[in-house]
Design a protein around this ligand. Structure first.
Ligand SMILES: [Fe+2]
Length: 148
């Protein structure tokens, strides 16, 4: 499939898929803590996580959300949902930065790492992101189909 043939929904699903793959990888690291985790994988995720999450969020906020607000039949409901989703984007970007920092510190100074805190952060992040993506898939993508 060439890039021009991709619909907006395809692109959103592509961003969701990339983020869900990152969630899988984060879950594997969390499962492998405290001492079986892959150091190279931690560094790789530390580089990729924030840019991937931010790029997905910017795309949704610039391309998807503006289409949904003025057209939704239940306008107030969708506006509230979008406000909440934007807030979750902001929270997730902040967490992605923290996680990247903590993963780098884990690799540099494993002896002083707070493993319990890292595990808690990773699990909170990927569980929240999966819920966020499930909501967008279940509630926003059908609305997009209605108006396109
Ligand atoms: Fe989102």
């Amino acid at each position: 499939m060439n890039a021009q043939a991709l619909t907006l929904e395809d692109k959103i699903r592509g961003h969701h898929k990339s983020q869900l793959e990152l969630c899988e990888r984060l879950e594997k690291i969390a499962d492998d803590l405290p001492d079986k985790y892959d150091r190279q994988e931690c560094l790789s995720i530390a580089w990729q996580l924030y840019p991937a999450v931010r790029s997905a969020h910017r795309f949704e906020e610039q391309e998807l959300f503006p289409l949904l607000v003025p057209t939704a039949a239940s306008e107030e409901e969708i506006s509230k949902s979008i406000e909440r989703l934007k807030f979750e984007h902001w929270e997730d970007e902040s967490s992605a930065e923290d996680i990247s920092l903590y993963l780098r510190q884990l690799i540099r100074h494993p002896e002083s790492a707070n493993i319990g805190k890292i595990s808690y952060m990773l699990r909170g992040f990927f569980e929240g992101l999966r819920r966020h993506i499930a909501f967008e898939t279940e509630h926003l993508l059908p609305k997009l189909r209605e108006i396109q």
